[in-house]
Design a protein around this ligand. Structure first.
Ligand SMILES: Cc1cc2nc3c(=O)[nH]c(=O)nc-3n(C[C@H](O)[C@H](O)[C@H](O)COP(=O)(O)OP(=O)(O)OC[C@H]3O[C@@H](n4cnc5c(N)ncnc54)[C@H](O)[C@@H]3O)c2cc1C
Length: 387
């Protein structure tokens, strides 16, 4: 299929396609049906160095940019897999790289590069405050050389397949800061030092087999050196990471979008009803043609977000727009694909229903479409704050 992607990453795509081809649709279908983690696939990606793409060479990674990292994510989804099982590592890495101390980077990055450690989890969302992140209630109170954490988080993914987690908590009470975004801090939590020692984990069964959890903190003690960057600046650091997260997820949606269009067009050319291929009917062609145009347009914004991120330029607008456009485009492609398959779209063996559920997530997480629209209205169009 012709796409608007820049063509200077052919080698990267070919290498990924070769690896992904070793894990065919049946593999992902089985893990989807069992709600189990595709451990062999993630290990193969780690061993080949793809999940260390953004780690600088001095720490044992490939020193690539967000552009290349996003192609890794895109190709996983385009092959029929789900990068949601490992994308955390890519964007959490950025937070450690850009804001971690030299000591933290030396200690963790080489082990993350080899796969000895995984940094797959980030704990931001809370049950009572949701998207209103600066009101979060989890506190980290400094006591001597430690911080003591109390509170609760929800929807925290991949804890069972991660060694490290980035935690956002309030270190200065909201009533004592000038701006609500101040007084929040981030910590790098070693999970084996936390689970059962002040942090409890409760899995949340869900629609997409995404490994995600509730977390409960009861006097969890974190050594002071787990603080990333300066105390009180954590919200700004997290926002930086969120731009990478949104762009990578846009790339996953693009991968999904192409997967749906490929799958649907192949089926439409082959399935015969009324003595001719269903794809000969414009009623079948047009939704797929429209979906393709949407995915292509979103793809351009995704590469613009990557370009700006890699050039260390502001990319909040582009990352948000790429995520919104790509999530909507992949959903439109998913819908058109399901419709093209008719009844067979509902059968597990065609993978359409699984990918349909998986791609729907991205209009809600990691940020919902309304919140992106509100960001554009306020920060780009200069309209009054709505909340
Ligand atoms: C499978 C899954 C995995 C996740 N993984 C993680 C993770 O690893 N780490 C993490 O920290 N979080 C994670 N999340 C949480 C995710 O980021 C949140 O679900 C998402 O940000 C939305 O927050 P919420 O669910 O609290 O919705 P709410 O904030 O309760 O919002 C509910 C709805 O109301 C709308 N809404 C709210 N306020 C406004 C407003 N002012 N104007 C217009 N509309 C509004 C929202 O757009 C949304 O549609 C995950 C979620 C899921 C489902």
């Amino acid at each position: 299929m012709q796409t608007s992607a820049p063509d200077d990453h052919d080698d990267l795509r070919e290498a990924l396609r070769a690896l992904c081809a070793e894990f065919p649709a049946e593999y992902h279908r089985r893990h989807g049906a069992e709600d189990s983690y595709p451990e062999e696939f993630i290990t193969a990606l780690t061993d080949a160095g793809w999940l260390a793409a953004m780690i600088p060479e001095e720490y044992g990674g490939s020193g690539l940019g967000l552009t290349e990292a996003s192609i890794v994510m895109e190709e996983i989804n385009r092959s029929g897999g789900n990068a949601g099982h490992c994308h955390g590592q890519m964007y959490n890495m950025g937070t450690l790289l850009r804001h971690g101390s030299d000591e933290q980077k030396r200690r963790y990055l080489p082990k993350i590069a080899t796969g000895e450690l995984r940094l797959q989890s980030m704990a931001v969302t809370e049950p009572t405050t949701g998207t209103d992140t600066t009101k979060l209630k989890t506190t980290a109170v400094k006591k001597g050389d430690r911080y003591v954490v109390n509170g609760q988080k929800v929807w925290i993914s991949r804890i069972q397949h991660s060694d490290l987690m980035i935690l956002l908590a309030r270190t200065t009470p909201l009533s004592e800061v000038k701006r609500k975004s101040e007084g929040l801090s981030i910590f790098l939590v070693e999970l084996d030092q936390a689970i059962g020692k002040g942090m409890d984990v409760k899995p949340i069964p869900n629609m997409v087999g995404h490994e995600t959890n509730e977390l409960f903190f009861d006097d969890l003690e974190l050594p002071s050196e787990t603080l990333i960057g300066e105390e009180g600046k954590g919200f700004r650091y997290i926002l930086d990471g969120l731009n990478a997260e949104r762009t990578l997820i846009a790339a996953e949606c693009i991968g999904d979008g192409y997967w749906f269009i490929d799958k649907a067009t192949a089926y439409a050319k082959e399935r015969e009803v009324f003595g001719r291929p269903i794809g000969q009917n414009q009623g079948v062609q047009f939704p797929l043609a429209r979906a393709y145009a949407g995915v292509e347009a979103a793809n351009l914004m995704r590469f613009e977000a990557c370009r700006r991120f890699d050039a260390m330029q502001h990319c909040g607008a582009q990352a948000n727009m790429a995520k919104m456009l790509a999530a909507e485009a992949s959903w439109e492609a998913a819908n058109a694909c399901l419709q093209t398959f008719g009844g067979f779209g509902f059968a597990e063996e065609y993978d359409v229903e699984r990918k349909f559920r998986e791609t729907r997530l991205y209009q809600v997480a990691p940020i919902s479409t309304n919140l992106i629209l509100s960001y554009i209205a306020e920060h780009i169009l200069g309209m009054p704050r709505s909340f």
